[in-house]
Design a protein around this ligand. Structure first.
Ligand SMILES: Cc1cc2nc3c(=O)[nH]c(=O)nc-3n(C[C@H](O)[C@H](O)[C@H](O)COP(=O)(O)OP(=O)(O)OC[C@H]3O[C@@H](n4cnc5c(N)ncnc54)[C@H](O)[C@@H]3O)c2cc1C
Length: 430
């Protein structure tokens, strides 16, 4: 079966960009044309209008995880028990939320400045559960969210069923005042299409090595050419290890999702678009899109290799079961697209963000919230690579502690066990 991303298909075909051929020079080289890399390209072009900026991507630009994600622009995460107001983790939650809110502002500013139309909806989304026991400390959670600037309300029963058009969810916290939804392929494509002439993007150009030259510059090597630049920004997220940066303390995960046909008014009444996140890390993410399709993402795996077609077919079956729990009349024929995507996670939930060595800058470890954060990180990585500092950059550098990872095979065993435990905990929420 085809690994065919619905968001990309519905966003339409972008004009192709040439592969890299021959040896080129640039003032700044960006590796990776996702949200982070393209946001960095815009920021660098704005700060250095005369600079030559080159972006390389191993596949079509703007078609990696940045186009394949679920489109939640996160300003306010659901707080964990130890992050609730009055608990020891609240200060950290406040600091992280301040960064996420700044990331959301950066995203909104980018959309406005570049006039990107990506079906942006500013009215928040829900943390919803099938098993009410999975939504604990409701009053404290509402108070915590409000204390960091969110608008939060508790929903259950008929009001929740009416809001979502399904009786599957038993309780929810609706959280607005920052959280938003968008069509991810349209967003990242908008970043690509609006790049100024000083930025050159080469597609189908996998960087296979990064070399330090005797002159002090860096050279990125690909199959048919190379780019030499004094400053290189590595924006590969789950693929950071491919650039030779093995010590980022992040690890890759593979997720899969499906998107249905548009549902009719008979099927859904006048239900308005919505987005639901689970309170469990491995619970389902579900959306009703503005064109009334249902998207579900209910698998997440720690994997070193891509899913095969047969494995993707199994995941699609899992998506169908999740869809039928919510909308029992849906069948396999109603699914139009099924796809996978790769994200990068860390043990602490914090990113890797660093000047790795002179002139080499890198970020990874989006932990599933890179739509807004990737936008900000690209900007801040550009700031770091321009020898500038701001309080926001300092705050991000301060929080960027991804945590220690054991060496393989201990990492593989530990991650596998953790995923098993989380799968069981999320069983009612997939
Ligand atoms: C299914 C799914 C659902 C998600 N849902 C959400 C969500 O709702 N909200 C949210 O905030 N985040 C979500 N995420 C995470 C989000 O997609 C990422 O955080 C974000 O896309 C990271 O952007 P990026 O530019 O850093 O990385 P990417 O988009 O992964 O871009 C990296 C680029 O590097 C390229 N590349 C790889 N290797 C090489 C190489 N050797 N040479 C050159 N280029 C290379 C890739 O082709 C890719 O285009 C989700 C992720 C997935 C997979």
């Amino acid at each position: 079966m085809n690994n065919h991303c619905g968001w990309i298909a519905l966003a339409g075909t972008a004009a192709p960009r040439a592969r890299l051929h021959g040896n080129q020079q640039a003032d700044f080289l960006i590796i990776g044309a996702g949200i982070t890399g393209l946001s960095a390209a815009h920021a660098l072009a704005e700060a250095h209008p005369q600079a030559r900026i080159v972006v390389l991507d191993r596949q079509r630009a703007a078609q990696g995880a940045s186009a394949r994600n679920s489109g939640f622009a996160v300003a306010h995460e659901h707080p964990a028990a130890l992050e609730l107001i009055g608990q020891p983790g609240f200060a950290g939650y406040q600091a992280d939320t301040a960064i996420s809110r700044a990331a959301n502002d950066a995203l909104r500013q980018r959309l406005a400045r570049l006039a990107i139309d990506c079906e942006f909806r500013d009215d928040g989304y829900l943390f919803a559960v099938n098993d009410p026991a999975k939504l604990t400390d409701i009053d404290a959670t509402l108070a915590t969210l409000r204390a960091v600037g969110a608008q939060a309300r508790f929903l259950q029963g008929a009001a929740l069923q009416q809001r979502l058009g399904t009786g599957h969810y038993q309780a929810a916290i609706e959280c607005a005042g920052g959280n938003a939804l968008l069509q991810p392929a349209k967003y990242v494509r908008g970043l690509l299409d609006t790049l100024p002439a000083s930025v050159t993007v080469h597609e189908h150009t996998a960087v296979t090595a990064l070399e330090r030259l005797a002159s002090g510059g860096l050279r990125a090597v690909a199959a048919h050419g190379s780019v030499t630049a004094p400053r290189v920004l590595v924006c590969l997220n789950a693929f950071i290890a491919r650039s030779g940066l093995a010590a980022s303390a992040t690890f890759p995960m593979e997720l899969s999702a499906s998107l249905t046909r548009p549902l009719s008014e008979q099927e859904l009444g006048d239900t308005q678009p919505w987005g639901v996140l689970s309170t469990r890390p491995l619970g389902a993410t579900v959306r009703l899109t503005p064109d009334r399709r249902v998207m579900i993402r209910n698998t997440a795996e720690y994997r070193g290799t891509d899913l095969t077609d047969a494995q993707l077919l199994q995941r699609r079956q899992h998506h169908l079961q999740g869809l039928q729990r919510r909308f029992p009349w849906l069948t396999a024929e109603d699914i139009r697209y099924t796809w996978t995507g790769h994200l990068s996670a860390s043990r602490s939930g914090q990113p890797y963000f660093a000047e790795v060595e002179r002139g080499l800058y890198a970020v990874a470890g989006c932990n599933g919230s890179g739509v807004a954060r990737g936008t900000l990180w690209g900007q801040l990585l550009a700031e770091l690579a321009s020898d500038q500092r701001s309080p926001l950059l300092d705050a991000v550098l301060e929080r960027a502690r991804p945590g220690w990872l054991p060496p393989k095979p201990l990492l593989d065993i530990g991650a596998w066990l953790r995923m098993r435990v989380e799968t069981v905990r999320a069983r009612s929420e997939i």
